[in-house]
Design a protein around this ligand. Structure first.
Ligand SMILES: [Fe+2]
Length: 165
C-alpha cells in the first residue's frame, strides 16, 4: 500500500479504465465533454446575467424561466465534469467569459434570441457527442447527453414561445 506522503503527492491524470470502453474512445469523449462543459458554463453565466438585467412587460416570466434554467445548468456542469473523471481523464478549467453580452443594448427579445442561439448550438454539439459515444458503446455518456438534450430542447421551445408574436 502506498505510504501517506506518496498519497499526498497524488495528482489527477489520464489513466485507462477497465470498464470495457476503448481508451481512445474515452479520450475522444472526454475532449467532447470538456467542450460541452465550457459551453454549459458560458450559458449558465449568460443566463444569470440576462435574469438580472431583463426589463419590460416580459420581466417576470423571463426572470422566473431563466432562474430555473441557470439552476439546471449549475447542476449540469457537475454531472458533465464528473463524467469526464469517470472516463479516466482530468477535468480542465473551462474557458468562461471570452464574449460578453452587450446587456445595455439588449431588449427582452434580444436576450431571448441570444439564449435560444446558445441552447441550439449546445444541442447540435451534444447530439454529435451523444452519437459518437453510443457508437463506442459508451451508453452512460449517451444517456447523460440525451438527458441534457431533453432539457436544452425544452428550453429552446420555451424561450422561442416567449419570443413569438
Ligand atoms: Fe435571482
Amino acid at each position: 500500500m502506498a505510504n501517506v506522503s506518496a498519497v499526498r503527492r497524488s495528482k489527477p491524470r489520464s489513466e485507462p479504465i477497465g470498464t470495457g470502453l476503448d481508451p481512445e474512445a474515452c479520450a475522444r469523449t472526454a475532449t467532447a465533454l470538456q467542450s460541452i462543459l465550457g459551453a454549459t458554463y458560458r450559458l449558465l453565466v449568460k443566463t444569470q446575467i440576462h435574469h438580472w438585467n431583463v426589463v419590460g412587460p416580459l420581466f417576470h416570466p423571463i426572470h422566473v424561466t431563466t432562474e430555473a434554467h441557470y439552476e439546471n445548468l449549475f447542476a449540469a456542469v457537475d454531472t458533465l465534469a464528473e463524467r469526464i473523471r469517470a472516463l479516466g481523464h482530468p477535468t480542465e478549467p473551462p474557458v468562461i467569459g471570452t464574449e460578453k453580452p452587450k446587456v445595455a443594448e439588449m431588449s427582452a427579445a434580444d436576450l431571448l434570441a441570444d439564449l435560444v442561439a446558445d441552447h441550439e448550438a449546445l444541442c447540435r454539439e451534444m447530439r454529435e457527442a451523444a452519437a459518437t459515444a453510443e457508437e463506442a458503446g459508451d451508453i452512460v455518456t449517451n444517456d447523460m447527453l440525451v438527458e441534457r438534450l431533453t432539457f436544452h430542447e425544452k428550453a429552446v421551445w420555451m424561450l422561442r414561445a416567449m419570443l413569438a408574436n
